[in-house]
Design a binder for this molecule. Structure first.
Ligand code: SF4
Length: 319
């Protein structure tokens, strides 16, 4: 089933000239790559509150609490910016959202990266921007990331996988879910969950097993929380290697000795960071097709997002 994403994005990352100085910070991965598979809802709490151009602002930790100050006048603009951010939040909430990408370092949009200052002007740590904090509170399970961190191929691959898995769950939830469909969904996500969080995978298996005979709506709500938390975790080379070995087990009885040796050599080479993940996965897919291993072919982990994004072709996407 094709997953259609709607992602809320800091407008300046989309190339809109709405920064305090009238400039933008277009991010090519978002506008050129992700845009092929997603629609965007843009936001800019500062443009909405103060217009453009405007004096820049910063986070200041005063004795009586954290405030937002104008860099030009030193005025406390916390109330104005919080109200503008709340308005922007309710505006983006009109659309069903599949994720949020924030501009890093911003006192409004920074997700843990907004610099905080002491009243004497010295920097003191980092924090969430005003708008990002409100988003975290309102959407605790929604995939969220900053464009700066997405320059790391490992974080990028994990985040995009999370976006599409989240979208798949939302689509499943909107399709008239039943116990039978939930079991099917869970089975299709087995290897993805194991690559991210084995313990959560087992907890979800227990929920689906429903030994306590819980009512379906409650059971689905528990499943949703743990599933969305698990897909936010990062995979590692070690966990992914285990998953690859496990997947290989589904075709091992069909493989010739040469095929078997070749597949295991590729898995070892992946674990040694000699080749990227796409290599053993493609081999597994070829064997799964050749030997009609339908269970493997149904796995979301084999193609968690459109292959054109080619994120697993980068050797740095494994850590
Ligand atoms: S408030 Fe956010 S969206 Fe607006 S310019 Fe600053 S970083 Fe970009």
């Amino acid at each position: 089933m094709k997953v259609v994403l709607n992602i809320a994005v800091s407008g300046c990352l989309l190339g809109q000239k709405i920064r305090f100085d009238g400039g933008h910070k277009q991010d090519r991965f978002i506008t050129d790559e992700l845009a092929r598979f997603a629609t965007f809802t843009s936001f800019c709490p500062e443009h909405l509150t103060f217009g453009t151009p405007r004096p820049s602002v910063r986070v200041v930790r005063r004795k009586d609490g954290t405030v937002i100050e104008s860099n030009k006048s030193g005025a406390d603009v916390t109330k104005m910016l919080t109200e503008g951010s709340q308005q922007e939040l309710s505006s983006i909430s009109q659309h069903p959202l599949g994720g949020i990408i924030f501009k890093s370092n911003s006192p409004s949009c920074g997700l843990g990266s907004a610099k905080a200052y002491l009243p004497n002007g010295f920097a003191e740590g980092k924090t969430d921007g005003v708008f990002a904090r409100l988003c975290r509170e309102k959407f605790p399970l929604l995939p969220m990331e900053e464009e700066g961190r997405l320059n790391d191929p490992w974080l990028r691959e994990n985040f995009v996988m999370q976006l599409f898995a989240y979208g798949a769950f939302e689509q499943f939830k909107g399709s008239g879910p039943s116990m039978k469909k939930l079991i099917d969904f869970h089975q299709r996500h087995k290897f993805m969950l194991q690559a991210k969080d084995e313990r959560a995978y087992r907890m979800l298996g227990n929920i689906v097993g429903n030994r306590t005979q819980q009512e379906f709506t409650q059971l689905l709500a528990r499943y949703e929380t743990i599933f969305k938390t698990a897909i936010a975790r990062k995979s590692s080379i070690g966990k992914t290697r285990n998953v690859l070995e496990h997947m290989a087990g589904f075709v091992k009885n069909n493989l010739t000795p040469v095929e078997k040796e070749m597949l295991h050599e590729q898995i070892r080479d992946y674990a040694a960071t000699i080749i990227p993940l796409i290599v053993p996965l493609s081999t597994l897919e070829i064997f799964a097709r050749k030997y009609e291993a339908d269970y493997l072919l149904s796995q979301a982990f084999l193609r968690p997002y459109p292959k054109e994004l080619a994120l697993r072709s980068d050797i740095r996407s494994g850590k």
